[in-house]
Design a protein around this ligand. Structure first.
Ligand code: FAD
Length: 337
């Protein structure tokens, strides 16, 4: 492996074909970085199906798959993962290692950086090579209000923010070779254990193509059903701002934003939501944002492609009627205008 290579690291099934759900995002990030560095890319794939990984990697110009499938890594155990990645790092000594910032990765990445003595940047949004050989890394900071720009010299670990907007980096098709990498993981002392995981509702808000989200402007918990009904009529999912989750109007897994879900739907309808940065960081990657707010100066309109100044308790039922009329007309074959 070239000394300036970029290693992509991923684990945890969840996406199609048993690949980590965020694998393509990480590969895209690494492709942009590596092309600036003139570096090759390798994918450290921890999992059971390296051939499927190789098919995906081939679309992103990855030079090779380093396949690790030690039984000690079947379950996520933070100390064992730190040790596994340390051994891999010592073996390959990459210029940069890119990891998706999942909840598991947050337990591993800073400790790994400490073990191998490299730099680390969390919440990364972009990274590019500089003329002098350093890296300029842009990360989200202060709850999404600010973008911090770091200059990194020497090897660095980059944890990329989930669903950070990025271009597709699909390139020339190739078929990277899969190389089995053996690690020694018996008897690793363990100080931290994952003792439970809350069950995730399926489908996930992060994957929804349409989200209708409600905020405090709904006025009362009963009115949240307007959001749920419009979401269902559009074949999407209902989201929520944090205050109404805190108040118990909507369950926690519906919360969009910095401390909730980072989404990237095709359509995001924000009803009675002010547009605070901590909320918008969870939906700014939407292709189209429609905002409904009775305050014409609400911050949410700055992000919206379409804005409706009005009372969401009137606008939501009107939209629901329009959607239902339209789908009723569609079923009766009455045109689609
Ligand atoms: P409000 O700010 O109260 O806004 C309500 C809006 O509704 C107003 O714009 C008002 O004009 C409008 N309105 C009122 N009545 C009507 C009506 N009848 N029709 C139409 N419009 C109406 N927030 C999140 O959402 N997600 C997060 O993950 C998150 N994380 C945070 C993390 C940190 C560290 C901090 C400090 C804050 C976080 N917040 C988060 C909170 C965030 O800062 C805002 O307070 C929150 O997003 C505001 O929610 P809201 O827009 O529903 O309520």
């Amino acid at each position: 492996m070239a000394a300036n290579a970029v290693a992509v690291c991923s684990w945890g099934a969840g996406g199609a074909g048993g690949l980590p759900a965020a694998a393509e995002e990480v590969l895209t990030f690494a492709a942009e970085l590596a092309s600036g560095l003139g570096a090759e890319r390798r994918w450290l794939f921890i999992g059971q199906d390296p051939q499927r990984a190789a098919e995906v990697a081939g679309r992103f110009g990855v030079a090779g798959i380093d396949w690790v499938a030690e039984p000690e890594l079947d379950e996520f155990r933070p100390d064992v993962y730190v040790e596994a990645l340390r051994q891999y790092w010592e073996l390959r000594r990459p210029r940069a290692m890119v990891v998706s910032q999942t909840f598991d990765a947050r337990l591993v990445v800073p400790r790994l950086a400490g073990r191998v003595g490299c730099g680390v940047v969390m919440n990364c949004l972009e990274a590019r090579a500089q003329a002098g050989g350093g890296l300029e890394v842009v990360a989200s900071a202060y709850g999404g209000d600010t973008r911090a720009v770091y200059e990194c010299h020497g090897p660095v670990l980059l944890a990329i923010a989930p669903n950070a907007p990025r271009r597709s980096a699909a390139g020339a098709l190739s078929r990277p070779a899969v190389e089995r990498v053996k690690l020694r993981l018996g008897g690793v002392p363990e100080r931290a254990a994952v003792i439970g995981r809350s069950s995730m509702p399926v489908p996930r808000l992060e994957d929804a193509e349409v989200i209708v989200a409600g905020g405090r402007g709904l006025g009362s918990p009963e009115n949240y059903k307007l959001v749920e009904e419009l979401a269902a009529a559009l074949g999407g999912m209902a989201g929520a701002s944090r205050p109404i989750v805190d108040e118990g109007w909507a369950p926690p897994w519906r919360q969009v934003g910095l401390t909730g879900k980072i989404t990237k739907p095709a359509l995001y309808i924000a009803a009675g939501i002010s547009g605070a940065s901590q909320h918008m960081v969870g939906c700014a990657a939407a292709k189209t944002i429609v905002a409904i707010n009775r305050d014409p100066d609400a911050a949410v309109f700055r992000y919206a492609r379409y804005g409706i100044v009005g009372d969401c308790l009137e606008v939501l039922p009107a939209l629901l009627r329009a959607v239902r009329n339209r789908s009723g007309a569609g079923e009766r074959g009455e045109g689609s205008g």
